[in-house]
Design a protein. Sequence first.
Lengths: 387, 370
Amino acid sequence: MRRIYLDNNATTPMLPEVFEAMRPYFSEHFGNASSIHHHGQETRAAVENARESVAALLGASASEIVFTSGGTEGDNLIAGLVKAGDHVITSSVEHHAVLHTCKHLEEIGCQVTILPVDGCGLVDPDDLPRVLRPNTKLISIMMANNETGVLQPVEEIGKIAAEARILFHTDAVQAASKVPIDVNRIGCHALSISGHKMHAPQGVGALYVRKGTKLQPLFHGGRHERSRRAGTENVPGIAALGKAAELAKDGLVREDDRSLAALRDRLEREILAQVDDATVNGQGAPRVPNTTNLRFDHIEGESLVIALDLKGLAVSTGAACSSGAIEPSHVLIAMGQKPDQARGSIRFSLGKQTTEDEIAYALSLVPETVARLRELSPTYRRHAVTG
Amino acid sequence: MNRPETVAVAMSGGVDSSTVAAMLRAEGHNVIGLTMQLWNQRRLAGREGMPESVHGRCCSLDDVYDARRVAQQIGIPYYVVNQEERFERDVVRPFVAEYISGRTPIPCSLCNNHLKFDQLLIVAQQIGAERIATGHYARVAYDGAHGRWLLRCPADLSKDQTYFLFGLTQEQLSRTLFPLGDMTKPQVRELAAKHGLAIAEKPDSQEICFVPGGDYKRFIDAYLAEQGESLPDTAGELVTTSGEVIGEHAGVHNFTVGQRKGLGVATGSPLYVIQISGASKQVIVGGDEHLYSSTLRAKRVNLISVDDLREPMRVRVKIRHRHEPAPALIERLSADEVLVTFDQPQRAITPGQAAVFYDGEVVVGGGWIT
């Protein structure tokens, strides 16, 4: 069966160049980057070169990059920016890596304010001054949403944070490689990215930490990563992330994001033209070029995902629990949707490898599958009758 | 069934449904494994004396992983379908409400009627499966002469699950396969082992899946506490069959008809719960002889082998899962109500349980005892 992968916000396939870049560091150059001898020197160079590449992608200096195990670790590290008694502001559409970290912060004595979003999924920066407190220490608001692709006004938020002398962290896991990122324009103090969302392998990521920002480590041990993250470096992963960052930067210079957006727009436009009662979640807000989240009324997104997978098209709904069962998306609920509307939504996310032909194939499957689901949907039949 | 079909198998991660999936796959069918996520055990963990750590069987991750492993092993696609909301609405809430009104519910039948053979069947059809198969011990057959789909007892009567399946409609039966109907449990385990299924030795589940340890009273307390509702005060009098008040009780949901232990009164001869009155909050107790009754009324009756009860019919009637079906006459009282008159009085006819009518090994239909 032909298989089309349109779930790149979940994870991306590693690019061949990235795989080549990491390959020597498994057995040929195996040294511990902290070792004094030749073997250590080889891998140290690889780690520091990768640091340069990641810094270049983010407009940062190399010394401001901390390698992590991925986006979740980077987001958890915001706990190292605050202490008990501090006030933290975040938003209702954050990834669970941030939301659950904030919940943990609350448990250890921080105060947390969760800002709402509008129907497009956007935070209103004007809300910020109203919730600031004397003890507000940190704002954590994502750059791009994983479910809808909606881009938050991070530069405006950064300005407000700077004026109020508050730390600003942004989860840029879904933005990195898709839109240009410049930590100085954003004015953030911390920014997390994840390798496997940008064609590097799973298990590696990075956290940008602005020079002069005090970060308490989560891991204790050796003095790796300037004492901000103990543990022997994941050299193959870091080398891969470095290469992926280089390729991402090249792609953004070439404006590959425009062709990606064109493919996404075609998919979106033609589905909306062929399917009634379908809407784009987050329409009207700026979005990353690879994501479209579509709501089909009167169906269960879960059934649509399964039906499409059986036909070879991999897409997803927002969030799955550990069993694999789909839970109503907290993001769409926060955008004001009713649970059954949220459950009728699915996400298509394209990658660098997605072709015009794959989009055409997806278009040959989606409208007919939605039609079949609706034909067998008790609520759609009632809707059709009362119409 | 010879023609290869697309069949969705309801997989629980247990031996029976895993074997069904392996059998159908070996027969060359296009098999899709589905597991319903029905209840999150963590929800009530630690509440009102519920265990802190979750080792319950219902929808546990271990069971999902077992099902997923089996699916991977036999090479079929496998998905978990979230039905938690509907399960709570159609099974858990009625289960709690029934106990509070002094009846003894059977959640498995509710789950079969509202989830497994309704929602899951809809999902199965939506994703392209013509039929659904489960690991129930029962048989389905088409009776050409009468144009009816029949539900029949399985070859292994010790595993008979037809009692829980009386609510199936003709449409549902026509789309259902029970591949274990001709097999015994030991044969099923043997077949599972032959297919090399990792779960071949897994123990059978017995209790109500969402009530850990079978302690339903604790479950009801914990569920109501979670919902921010208080248990309605159903405390009242313990009354003998002759009308004498001999004590008090803490709530009707603590009792079931036929119960002997836990009445909290000491008398010379053994006392049993004879009747529970939700309205007057009275629990009526008496000697064993008072437990026997010759008639019952069944409501919300579903008929399977016949399309109507135009005249009284001789059948055998089963009034609980482990009950030897007893000869009786059934006759229709109204559109969905049937009067059952037993040849011999039956012990502990319990409101909330099902009365299922059998003609030999064929299920005629059934209803809920009022």
